[in-house]
Design a protein around this ligand. Structure first.
Ligand code: SRM
Ligand code: SF4
Length: 574
């Protein structure tokens, strides 16, 4: 940083947001969490709530109970959500079984696969928090970095491809994960009863993050050239691996993606990451570190609505950003390579190869792993994992892959799933398997509308409409969120439903199926029960006018959103 920049940053500190001040005073994420764990209350203070996020813990309350408890003059029903960091979503059988067990012990008997291919446990009482985190640590996983203003869970295509190219990409992913993990001893001290450090002994606990970490959350995704199943453009850094025979030729880096919007501020918006540079594998760590440092030093710490790196890039421009990164890592960057995408589908269904190996990708509706009277998903997964000990891979579309199986094992598992009432992905409409909903009610404190709990009805109504219009087999990605934050990435769905108020949604149409174009607002404030019908005119026009093989998102883009809006107006007049 130049002297002027340093000065500007120091002056900026006087305008820091409240969260910045809390981080600064937290003594590298200690706060007073250790003391609060034994204070006998069901909740944490506001300061500790902010610091806890860095440890992968959110304080929530059961929103279904709020009103009744208030009427009875009682406190909210506080529960904690614990989010793990599972790089690339890969778990061994013991790790999976530990989550299954912890869910039964403390998490209401359910697990939630997230859109960043990790597990969340909900409904954890404060008194069980330490045991839960220790249980996760026992199987060599951590919750540190599950949330907070640091690098979050780094995601990657979950397909269990093998060979030197894939091995190297995964190795490079691990290198980044290790380099960007918070180094504070606070985690050990608080959760694992580690020895307490004297903080005045001059030890720099966080050489990269410093006292105040990053201005905001920071997300990194790895994709294999041609396969955008993980929505690589929605991340702060997208790392796209190019092949050279069996080796990695290098990576095209994309920068500045992010989905979040704030309903009350029209200047906030979703953005796709922009092509930035091509780097050889040997330079990946240095260049990504330099990008992080630029965001660390210049990102907005006064207003969290504009603190993601996408806004820094917009404010200063890509050329300025590049020159800062080059100065930081002392390299002249090469231009990015052109990217061509073949598929963005999740890796569902059964796959076997000639060598007798196979895997099975299981569709998990909204990522919720639990037993219901009709479908014993959680139990059958536990039985399967105990019996066959597969590698378990969580996907970024909230699904789950069981890998490293023989062909016979794949067949036996299919039978076990069917017996437990779990449909095989091949037997479901592709629209259903291409769709996602965020958690929302009753745990998400930011939800303004339902999402996961109502989404199955919406998808089924939409499937019925597709069947009626004679296009049941055309996959259309539907994504719903309970607020504009975009946790299920609704702005890169062919059809996005975004909660506006309780019971009403804005509809967005026309993202490209390969995740390279955001969608456009189509209609506002549509009641939940009318969502499928609100799309009838547009879908009818698509069924009649689509070109061979054309997907709905591309059709909307071709004919234009205004043409589809006017179709709706005509229909209403009639
Ligand atoms: Fe998210 C906040 C759930 C992926 C953008 N997200 C939240 C919180 C923690 C609410 C809160 O702050 O109190 C939600 C907890 C709900 C609950 O009860 O579990 C929540 N986000 C989720 C998950 C579980 C959704 C899901 O259904 O799977 C995903 C967990 C991912 C993980 O394992 O780390 C999840 N969130 C995302 C994504 C998608 C992605 O990363 O690919 C996005 C959009 C991409 C992005 O970051 O731009 C996303 N979540 C947000 C935002 C808006 C950020 C912004 O830049 O404006 C918030 C609110 C915030 O940070 O202030 C948020
Ligand atoms: Fe909660 Fe909104 Fe994220 Fe849904 S999109 S989980 S409602 S923050």
């Amino acid at each position: 940083m130049s002297e002027q920049d340093v000065e500007a940053r120091e002056q900026g500190a006087s305008k820091w947001s409240k969260v910045e001040r809390i981080k600064d005073a937290s003594r590298q994420l200690r706060g007073t969490i250790a003391e609060a764990l034994t204070d006998g209350t069901p909740r944490f203070s506001e300061e500790n709530v902010q610091v806890l996020k860095f440890h992968g813990v959110y304080q929530q309350d059961d929103r279904d109970l709020r009103k009744a408890l208030k009427q009875e003059g009682k406190e909210r029903a506080y529960r904690m959500m614990v989010r793990t960091r599972i790089p690339g979503g890969v778990l061994n059988a013991d790790q999976y079984l530990q989550f299954d067990r912890l869910a039964d012990l403390y998490g209401g008997g359910q697990l939630r696969i997230t859109t960043r291919q990790t597990f969340q446990l909900h409904y954890i009482l404060k008194q069980n928090l330490k045991e839960t985190i220790r249980g996760i640590h026992e199987v060599l996983l951590t919750t540190l970095g599950g949330c907070g203003d640091q690098v979050r869970n780094t995601i990657c295509c979950a397909a269990p491809h093998s060979g030197p190219f894939y091995d190297q990409v995964r190795e490079d992913l691990r290198t980044l994960v290790n380099a960007f993990a918070a180094k504070t001893n606070a985690y050990h001290e608080i959760w694992l009863d580690g020895e307490r450090l004297q903080l005045d002994d001059g030890v720099e606990e966080e050489p990269l993050y410093g006292r105040t970490y990053l201005p905001r959350k920071f997300k990194i995704a790895f994709a294999y050239e041609g396969d955008n199943c993980c929505d690589v453009y929605s991340n702060d850094i997208g790392v796209v691996a190019h092949r050279a025979g069996d080796a990695v030729a290098g990576y095209t880096l994309l920068v500045g993606g992010g989905m979040g919007r704030t309903a009350s501020d029209k200047q906030t918006h979703p953005a796709l990451a922009k092509p930035f540079a091509f780097v050889p594998p040997s330079a990946l760590l240095d260049v990504c570190t330099a990008i992080l440092k630029v965001q660390r030093d210049f990102g907005n710490r006064a207003d969290r609505k504009f603190a993601r790196m996408k806004y820094l890039l917009e404010e200063r421009g890509l050329d300025w950003f590049r020159s800062q990164v080059e100065a930081s890592c002392g390299t002249t960057l090469q231009p990015p390579r052109a990217l061509v995408w073949g598929s963005s589908e999740d890796h569902l269904g059964s796959h076997t190869d000639e060598a007798g190996q196979g895997y099975i990708g299981i569709f998990v509706e909204s990522g919720r792993v639990r037993d219901t009277p009709e479908v014993a998903l959680k139990s059958v997964l536990r039985d399967v994992v105990e019996k066959y000990r597969p590698t378990v891979r969580l996907t970024t579309q909230q699904n789950l892959i069981l890998a490293d199986l023989t062909v016979d094992e794949v067949k036996e598992i299919e039978q076990m799933l069917t017996d437990a009432g779990v449909p095989l992905a091949e037997d479901l409409a592709q629209t259903r398997t291409a769709s996602m909903a965020c958690v929302a009610m009753p745990t998400c404190g930011l939800a303004i509308a339902e999402s996961e709990r109502v989404f199955p009805e919406v998808v089924r109504a939409f499937e019925a409409l597709q069947a009626e219009l004679g296009i049941p087999d055309v996959p259309i990605s539907l994504r719903m969120t309970g607020c504009p934050n975009g946790c299920a990435r609704p702005y890169i769905a062919e059809i996005g439903f975004v909660g506006r108020v309780l019971g009403k949604y804005d509809i967005y149409l026309g993202a490209s199926p390969d995740g390279t174009r955001v969608n456009t607002p189509f209609r506002e404030m549509i009641p939940l029960a009318d969502l499928a019908e609100a799309l009838r005119p547009a879908l009818t026009a698509f069924a009649r006018g689509r070109q061979e093989g054309e997907r709905f998102g591309d059709y909307v883009h071709r004919v234009g959103i205004d043409a589809l809006r006017s179709l709706h107006a005509v229909r209403v007049k009639v």
